[in-house]
Design a protein around this ligand. Sequence first.
Ligand SMILES: [Zn+2]
Length: 407
Amino acid sequence: MADMPDTDSAPQSATSSASSAVAEPAQQPTALVYDAAMLTHHVPDEFPEVPDRLELGIAMIEGLIAEETLAADRVLRLDARPATHDELATVHTPAYITKVQMAVERLKERAGDDAGPVKFATDVYISPGSFTAATLAAGAPLVALDAIGEGRARNGYALVRPPGHHARPAQAMGFCLFNNVAVAARYAQRRWGWQKVLIVDYDVHHGNGTQEMFYDDADIVYFSTHQFPWYPGTGASTEMGTDAGKGTTINVPLPPGSGWSVYDPVFRQVLWPVADRMKPDVVLLSAGFDAHWKDPLGDMRLSNADFSDLTLEVTEIADRYCDGRLVVVQEGGYHLDAVAQCMATTLVALTGSDGIVDTLGLAPPMHSRWNDEAIVNALYQLHDLAGYRRKPRRVGKRIETPPTQSE
Ligand SMILES: [Zn+2]
């Protein structure tokens, strides 16, 4: 785990233009849902998914607000609440929920409230604070959805851990206990009547749990970009859903080394047509920052600025179809500086700004690049898509016309 910015990469201007392009004053703020109790889910030394990830991220966000780089009135701070047993049971089996709860209770009885972490499942540990942390992580997105539904926020960011997208109906795996984004999708339908839910997942790993929970669901579209083949092994493009859900799972498996030149056309030419076809009532974003070029658990090449652009693209989809209703749910990301800066950048993006926090810069150049056209065309045909978004034209710096000879 690297803790310090690289000294060999030129530091870029931190928080460029974060305050200059904030959306219109009439726009509602962004709900930021967090609870420090999520830091009490402890893990062994050398484990990637550490409390510092969130602690550094929230500290960076608070720094931006304190410096007024991010206007305080653009952010609505809200405490998380634990998801209830019934809410968790919309995607998990009751027996599994009880199993997690009892395992934590037994640990506390056996070893006390200060007990160290013990193994619960493959790549999943629990400590005395884990059930509280995990239910808060599943409940935080629901607080954001309520703030949006009640008109107090335009969109929201659930800054949570443990992450969720690998959690299966009756099994913990891959650092995940409960599937936070999946609980949110069901809650959006039941509490707010937002039936058509688009879940976008740009974490470097495939969200096998999320896919499994909605694989036969006609109303919930799961769109995932991920390194492939890679942990957890699922996510081939031919996994497209079943029965009523046929065609509602859109997997975009990408080769290692993929960067902006691949993600950008995938979002414009695959995600946008998918959104155009389904016209979502609400959008959820499983935001994992482990596709960052510095991340120790992935081999992708996205930068903080790239994540900002991908997030802004998703906000535009929400603007187009559902009055901006979007909740970002934190997933992975294991390089501490990259993840903290991406968390701050994501919140800035949700307020409508393209400002980025970045001391890490771009990935080093590749000697070759993937054929993004072939990747996009294959998906386009597989899912029978129509239409796409053009690359937005950036406004270049004005160049003075030189005087002609005859003058
Ligand atoms: Zn991940």
